[in-house]
Design a protein around this ligand. Structure first.
Ligand SMILES: O=C(O)c1ccccc1NCC(=O)[C@H](O)[C@H](O)COP(=O)(O)O
Length: 219
């Protein structure tokens, strides 16, 4: 199966179009004001006009209330809601039912014990995203360019679509995918010039690395 790519934290139409042209399956928009990648719903509505058919738009939320989610969805059409806070399995299920969107639950990983919570989310979420645990004093919980010990995911049999995130870049992608067998990869900082500013050349290099992996996997 082809490796799917999510590019997260996009803020510029040109970078959305570039990511899509390079083969991104998902583009992520961050709806969490403290993040340098934050886009407000009005801006997001303009951005999604640049997402071509066949590419899915993911809205990244952090412990959002129903009112906040309703306000976003009334303004911006989203395919998937990525829940990147401390949402419980019950909350994930409730958000999926209420929103009508698919939901992807982010799991913060630092050690094996962090994976014990995963079974509780399998029924509730449509997809699982494994990301590095953020630094303790970080003002937002994702997009810190930090990898975790990928060996923790070895042999993972979820029976559900899942994505690997955390510190991926063109130079470490092959090792990460080989160790984890991830079917979907999620990148943000690794294709940025600085937080919140995507770099066209790093995007090119990242997708070149994706193509190399695909070429090696081809019979
Ligand atoms: O990226 C953000 O600023 C962000 C803010 C709040 C919640 C989640 C956020 N990012 C989530 C993502 O899906 C990132 O792509 C993921 O954390 C990987 O980021 P990176 O390690 O920088 O590649």
């Amino acid at each position: 199966m082809a490796l799917k790519v999510k590019v997260c934290g996009l803020k510029e139409p040109a970078r959305i179009e570039q990511a899509a042209a390079l083969g991104a399956a998902y583009v992520g928009l961050v709806f969490y004001p403290p993040s340098p990648r934050y886009v407000d719903p009005a801006r997001a509505r303009e951005l999604v006009l640049h997402v071509p058919a066949g590419v899915e738009t993911v809205g990244v939320l952090v412990d959002a209330t129903d009112a906040e989610i309703d306000a976003i969805l009334q303004t911006v059409p989203l395919d998937i809601l990525q829940l990147h806070g401390y949402e419980t399995p019950e909350r994930v299920e409730a958000i999926a039912l209420r929103s009508g969107c698919r939901v992807m639950k982010a799991i913060r990983v630092e050690e094996a014990a962090d994976l014990e919570q995963v079974p509780a989310y399998i029924e509730a979420a449509d997809m699982i995203l494994f990301d590095a645990k953020p630094p303790r004093d970080a003002g937002w919980p994702g997009g810190h360019g930090l990898p975790f010990d990928w060996r923790l995911l070895r042999g993972l049999g979820l029976g559900k679509p899942w994505a690997l995130a955390g510190g991926l870049h063109a130079g470490n992608l092959e090792t990460a995918v080989t160790l984890t067998g991830a079917p979907i990869i999620d990148v943000s900082s690794g294709v940025e010039a600085k937080p919140g500013v995507k770099d066209p050349e790093k995007l090119e290099a990242f997708f070149a690395a994706v193509r190399r992996i695909a070429d090696r996997a081809a019979p």
